[in-house]
Design a protein around this ligand. Structure first.
Ligand SMILES: [Zn+2]
Length: 336
């Protein structure tokens, strides 16, 4: 398979290659992985290779089929996704698809149907789809893309060949960022780590200016630990409530870096590589025990928020904990 623009995932690509060269195409594939992990990229490449009419390695990228596919205008390729303003993929959409899939392909080869965020199908929609998967038209191939295996009915899962997309090593994600955004290495490595190996997430974080600003405010703000000014950080949380998980990740990784730097002094083991100056300045202000305590507090707060705890109270409580968790407070305790 022609994978010049895919970074990493060599095992998965190898598996798709074997399927293509062996000609053992099944009627339904279920690609699972977190948002941004590459489900769409990889399944599209596979489908394009399946349809490609060019000679040599597929997809060739230049034949008529490839050009139509890349332009999103191939007559035998259909995408089903949630319609704007709706919460789910509806049974009507599946019925409509079923009518279209019955018709023989306009061009040689297969008719292909992608279902994006398949976990958003209503149960009725999933059950309707099941009927098609039980007796698929001979020329049809379905690609279901979902965030996890468990969000799809077991009856549907059992009709699909599973393709699980795992996270990528930090170096690979950094490679993607350097290639696509021309980021300097230390920035690319930082966002790769913050994304926890999910390339799509790394790209959107690196391009998200408000995330960049928040990250700097949070990390810099910790120098105010010990003063009541640390509560000013609540503004960041208030303004970006929908990103709270990312904000808590920033804190966890920052405390982790402070701890690692404090204990090893080794800059190679740092995640926030673009902030080593600040790290060096702040690390001596905390004891190891304080840093561990603060990390525990962040995870405890995350848990409370997940179980619908009061947002403002939980965040302020966490910040107040940081206020007591600094050098200034630690001075009064026995240092660790
Ligand atoms: Zn082609």
């Amino acid at each position: 398979m022609n994978t010049h623009h895919i970074v990493g995932q060599s095992q998965l690509v190898g598996r798709m290659d074997r399927i293509l060269s062996g000609g053992r195409i099944v009627h339904a594939y279920l690609f699972t992985g977190p948002a941004g992990s590459g489900k769409k990229t990889l399944s599209s490449l596979f489908a394009q290779a399946l349809l490609c009419e060019g000679p040599g390695e597929k997809p060739c990228g230049v034949c008529r089929t490839c050009r139509q596919f890349q332009a999103g205008s191939h007559p035998d390729v259909m995408w089903i996704r949630r319609q704007e303003g709706r919460k789910n993929i509806l049974i009507e959409q599946i019925r409509d698809m079923q009518e279209k899939m019955k018709v023989k392909p306009f061009q040689a080869g297969n008719r292909i149907c992608f279902i994006e965020n398949a976990q958003e199908m209503t149960e009725q929609a999933q059950n309707a789809l099941l009927k098609t998967l039980e007796e698929p038209p001979s020329h049809s191939v379905f690609f279901l893309l979902a965030d996890s295996t468990f969000s799809i009915l077991p009856t549907i899962r059992s009709r699909c060949q599973m393709v699980r997309i795992g996270s990528l090593p930090r170096e690979d994600v950094a490679g993607i960022l350097t290639k696509r955004l021309s980021l300097p290495r230390e920035k690319a490595m930082t966002y790769a780590a913050l994304s926890q190996g999910v390339p799509g997430k790394a790209l959107s974080l690196a391009e998200d200016e408000s995330f960049r600003g928040n990250r700097e405010r949070l990390m810099g703000g910790l120098s105010m630990a010990g003063s009541s000014r640390i509560l000013e950080l609540y503004d960041v949380f208030q303004d970006h409530r929908e990103q709270v998980d990312d904000l808590l990740d920033i804190l966890i990784l920052w405390f982790r870096d402070l701890l690692v730097y404090k204990e090893t002094g080794d800059p190679d083991r740092i995640i926030n590589l673009d902030q080593t100056g600040l790290l060096r300045k702040l690390a001596p202000l905390f004891t190891s025990r304080d840093l561990n305590d603060m990390m525990e507090k962040v995870e405890a707060s995350r848990k409370i928020l997940k179980s619908n705890g009061n947002y403002q109270l939980t965040i302020e409580n966490m910040l107040l904990h940081f206020q007591g968790g600094s050098y200034h407070a630690a001075n009064r305790r026995s240092p660790v």
